[in-house]
Write a protein that binds this ligand. Structure first.
Ligand SMILES: Cc1ncc(COP(=O)(O)O)c(C=O)c1O
Length: 393
């Protein structure tokens, strides 16, 4: 290996996209439509902000180091709600609170791998997963998604080697939006179990899944802790992005190992954020159901506006969670297209090149629209602008 750990990977894509718009004026009659970031931009609901303020003023312990694996009350609440939502047995000891879901991934990987090991990542992938593996000296083995942007089980099995330590699934998927069928998730679990490797499942967008039933049956398997590592984020559900709270659900033994990582990196998760997450879980169920309805109505607006883009040669590859994943009709590679779209259409979206290995032909043809922060009217305007756009060259 040459150079430092961090020099092994690429620049943060969201920062790069921000540079494309920096200092550029966008007129009032054609403002920028920003569909680049998969995070709510509104603050949490007022009641939750009041709870944070009250906690800051009246709970002295909320300002000092807390338990490395998080507040027991929050771990317990999550375990309890997960048992209800997924069925099966999950205990407080099998839940760790982290400083966001990205850290949960980093902790999971550190507990699984040594330098030179391999992790299988379906493509298009979530770029921070790839970045962390690069920085760990762990090889990300791309598993190109097949029909409907679903990963293929036989292809995954053919990629498993002696060095493989885990397969990672993101469902609902970022960037593709796809909700993986419960049967496919189970097949991946059984595959991982058969080969004695871990299945990491990142369910950051679980609260916006369009299905009302549990999205999978993995926690109903009596031996789930031996194979499964589930990751969760409080960023999207309660708009707590800046408070950095996430979770990891896995075996008690693995969590003891993960505790070493968390103790060294952050010592404890943000205390105010954890109190907020707990209060949100206990009091904002109805509010969150309304948020989900809104996201589903925006998703429906994407679907109903699609014909105008299809007539211009675009194709919808995946739709769900916060995302529409599109194939564009131009000769231009998507990283160039995305920058032209800023200047010509006043649209900021992330190119498929950011979600694929370098040089990928698929990545060059794809574009991700993160629609959580645009309403029905803006979606219509966005699609009109995309349909009217033609490359300069
Ligand atoms: C799949 C996925 N995992 C993790 C994260 C990061 O979540 P957190 O804010 O909890 O670190 C995101 C955020 O966009 C994501 O899309």
């Amino acid at each position: 290996m040459t150079g430092s750990r961090t020099s092994q990977t690429f620049l943060p894509p969201v920062m790069e996209a921000r540079r494309w718009i920096a200092g550029k004026p966008f007129p009032k009659d054609k403002p920028l439509i920003n569909v680049s970031q998969a995070a709510p931009i509104e603050p949490p609901p007022k009641a939750l902000r009041e709870k944070i303020a009250e906690t800051a003023l009246s709970v002295p312990e909320a300002h000092i180091y807390g338990p490395v694996l998080g507040l027991p009350e929050l771990r317990s609440e999550l375990a309890q709600q997960w048992c209800q939502n997924y069925g099966g047995q999950i205990t407080l000891e099998q839940v760790g609170i982290t400083s966001g879901c990205n850290q949960a991934f980093a902790a999971a990987i550190s507990s699984l791998t040594n330098q030179g090991d391999e992790i299988i990542l379906p493509t298009p992938w979530y770029f921070n997963h790839k970045m962390w593996l690069d920085m760990q000296g762990v090889s990300a083995v791309p598993l190109p998604s097949g029909a409907g942007l679903l990963p293929d089980i036989a292809m995954a099995e053919s990629l498993i080697s002696e060095k493989t330590r885990a397969i990672v699934l993101v469902t609902p998927n970022n960037p593709a939006g796809v909700e993986y069928p419960a049967s496919l998730v189970m097949d991946f679990y059984l595959l991982a179990k058969k080969h004695g490797i871990a299945l990491i499942i990142d369910e950051t967008y679980r609260d916006f899944d369009s299905r009302s039933a549990a999205p999978h049956e993995l926690f109903k398997q009596s031996d789930w802790p031996q194979t499964l590592i589930q990751l969760y984020s409080f960023s999207k559900a309660y708009r707590l992005t800046g408070h950095r709270v996430g979770a990891i659900v896995t075996s008690e033994g693995r969590l003891q190992d993960i505790e070493k990582f968390l103790d060294t990196v952050t010592i404890c998760p943000n205390q105010l954020g954890q109190h907020a997450a707990l209060w949100g879980m206990q009091n904002l169920g109805k509010w969150l159901a309304g948020e989900r309805d809104e996201i589903l109505s925006r998703r429906a607006a994407i679907a109903s506006n699609m014909p105008i883009l299809e007539r211009a040669g675009w194709k919808l590859l995946g739709l769900g969670a916060y995302f529409a994943y599109l194939k564009h009709p131009f000769d231009l590679p998507s990283d160039q297209l995305a920058q032209e779209l800023v200047d010509e259409a006043h649209v900021l979206a992330l190119p498929g090149t950011m979600f694929h290995p370098e040089g990928s032909i698929d990545g060059a043809r794809q574009l991700r629209l993160a629609f959580a922060n645009v309403d029905g009217e803006q979606i219509k305007e966005l699609f009109n602008r995309l349909a009217a756009y033609h490359p300069k060259s």
